[in-house]
Design a protein around this ligand. Structure first.
Ligand code: PCA
Length: 327
């Protein structure tokens, strides 16, 4: 049976209560869940833990991960200023405490590791949260206090762990803004999405010039930022791969393009996501007017050395294929 770790925090600062403590304590120990991405259902066992609002609490999960594992980890914390729940996608390499923690520690403007922020590998952007009944924000700012520290330490430990374990942080507003009942429902929904793997259809465009194929680098605020890929994106439910590609090229590069031919379909399974990539050879007369809206850089790739770029894993077989074939 899959096992999940669900954590919350106790009161801190001026907060007499922390809804995340109430949620964790009243959460069932056995939970039936259904695959939100397809068929299948399972019973899940939930290990519940209320963390102390201090360094010990922030390190607890990371320390436990040295000798054990779970199938998913979901941390909950209170965000006093928030009005809607926030799924945190990034743990910042920073601690800057406006108030002391529950052990009296107050650190100002320090780095947690000095090695940079850590992004969750869980593909939350593929969950379609815009269409959920609950209002939710996706956030890249988990704060600079104990919640962020906890998220950072857990991800640091997960990056060294032998298993790929999905982990997220959910910041909840106080219970007068979002009831314990609604927040608990949201936690259940998130766990179901974390325990099953979404499958995604993607359309990718390959522009060819005398300098090779066009590769793009993902921008700062994108998941897997800094990785190289081909322009394109998700095929929506009611779209053909071709229509999706032309729409994505318009959104990402601000150009109208034309499809020359289909190059193939490639499959790849990441630890938390399965992707099927439909690749097309494309051209555009508006190439000169290109504006990058989600990427930070572009590059023409033509030689085996270009395989050394930090590619999205799923794209590597495509790059190998393109460099081998003479168009
Ligand atoms: N919220 C605080 C710490 C504990 C909690 O529930 C935070 O956002 O850092």
């Amino acid at each position: 049976m899959p096992r999940v770790l669900l954590t919350g925090f106790g009161p801190f600062g001026t907060h007499q209560q922390n809804p995340t403590e109430t949620i964790v304590k009243s959460f069932p120990s056995l939970l039936p869940i259904k695959n939100p991405f397809g068929r299948g259902a399972s019973e899940v066992s939930i290990e519940k833990h209320v963390l102390s609002v201090d360094k010990r609490g922030a390190h607890w999960t990371a320390d436990e991960l040295e000798h054990r594992e779970w199938d998913a980890i979901l941390h909950l914390g209170l965000c006093g200023e928030c009005t809607v729940p926030r799924i945190e996608l990034r743990a910042q390499d920073r601690l800057n405490m406006k108030i002391p923690d529950n052990s009296g520690r107050q650190a100002y403007d320090i780095e947690l590791s000095g090695l940079g922020d850590l992004d969750t590998p869980v593909p939350v952007k593929k969950w379609d949260v815009e269409n959920w009944d609950e209002e939710i924000e996706l956030s890249l700012d988990a704060g600079e206090y104990i919640c962020n520290e906890t998220y950072f330490r857990t991800h640091e430990a997960l990056n060294k762990h032998k298993f790929a374990i999905p982990c997220l942080f959910l910041h909840l507003p106080s219970s007068d803004k979002v009831s314990i009942h609604d927040a608990t429902k949201l936690v259940r929904k998130m766990l179901a999405h974390m325990l099953y793997k979404p499958s995604m259809q993607v359309a990718a465009g390959m522009f060819l010039s005398e300098n090779g194929f066009l590769a793009m680098r993902r921008g700062e605020d994108e998941p897997k930022s800094g990785k190289w890929e081909f322009p394109g994106g998700k095929i929506e439910a009611d779209e053909t791969p071709e229509a999706a590609l032309l729409r994505e090229l318009c959104e990402e590069l601000k150009i109208e393009a034309r499809i020359i031919k289909k190059l193939g379909v490639w499959q790849h399974t990441y630890p938390f996501l399965h992707v099927e990539i439909h690749g097309f050879l494309v051209e555009s007369s508006q190439f000169e007017d290109m504006q990058l809206t989600v990427h930070s850089e572009m590059k023409w790739i033509s030689s085996q050395e270009d395989l050394d770029l930090d590619w999205l894993e799923a794209d590597i077989p495509i790059v190998k294929h393109l460099l081998k074939i003479n168009y």
